[in-house]
Write a protein that binds this ligand. Structure first.
Ligand code: IYR
Length: 221
């Protein structure tokens, strides 16, 4: 599948330094206010915002520009119910048997358990799939840095949704293969995250936790 691409001039938008600084502060402030939410309102959300957030994710860099991702948007209550039932079955097993004592201790501050009400309450779910490899006419083609590419795309999607005024939960029931069956996705795709999206429920609370300060997460050389 050798392809030739031509090169075109990049229309890069350069800002004066004071504006760069202002934009970086504005964006940091906006993102600092993002929290993972576990209590959602069932109020409907505009579908175009989800489309735009997924299109934003689709602008992410990827290994050899393979764009090895697929996004399923679920708003159908019946499908959400099926997903919730399957996720709770796995999570019950996780909490009761598979999680180590250390993990349960690490999770205790979030007060999570196997009941996943948000999977039916939130007006939309997005499932992000990684495309581990591609099959075209029975021939298998490689993708590269798939986890990295999909992780970057998902981060950009979370930022886009938060920026638009919607809350998300990065939920990863494990294993998640049941999502291939429910959503009819091929075996070369693996679900990476199951993300409820919506407005926080009235009076929603989040754990009182802090972000590491810059000097702890950064070294200068
Ligand atoms: N996936 C489980 C448990 C869980 C694991 C981690 I690591 C978290 O940061 C939060 C929860 C659940 O969703 O309950």
């Amino acid at each position: 599948m050798a392809e030739n691409v031509s090169f075109v001039p990049y229309q890069f938008e350069r800002f004066p330094e004071d504006e760069m600084l202002r934009r970086s502060i504005d964006f940091l402030e906006r993102m600092s206010n993002r929290r993972t939410v576990r209590e959602f309102s069932d109020e409907p959300i505009p579908s175009e915002i989800l489309d735009n957030a997924i299109a934003t994710a689709g602008t992410a860099p990827s290994g050899a520009n393979k764009q090895p991702w697929h996004f399923c948007v679920i708003t159908d209550p019946e499908i959400k119910k099926k997903i919730r039932e399957a996720a709770e079955t796995e999570e019950k097993e996780n909490y009761e048997r598979r999680y180590s004592e250390e993990m349960k201790k690490d999770l205790s501050k979030f007060e999570t358990n196997f009941v996943k009400e948000y999977l039916t309450t939130a007006p939309a779910l997005i499932v992000v799939f990684r495309e581990s490899y591609k099959v075209v006419d029975g021939v298998r083609y490689k993708n590269y840095y798939v986890n990295e590419s999909v992780g970057i795309a998902t981060g950009m999607m979370i930022a886009a949704l938060h920026n638009a005024g919607l809350a998300t939960l990065t939920h990863t029931p494990n294993p998640m293969r049941f999502l291939n069956d429910i959503l009819n996705r091929p075996q070369n795709e693996t679900p990476i995250v199951l993300m409820p999206i919506g407005y926080p429920a009235e009076g929603a609370k989040v754990p009182d936790i802090n972000r590491k300060p810059l000097d702890e997460i950064m070294s200068r050389f």
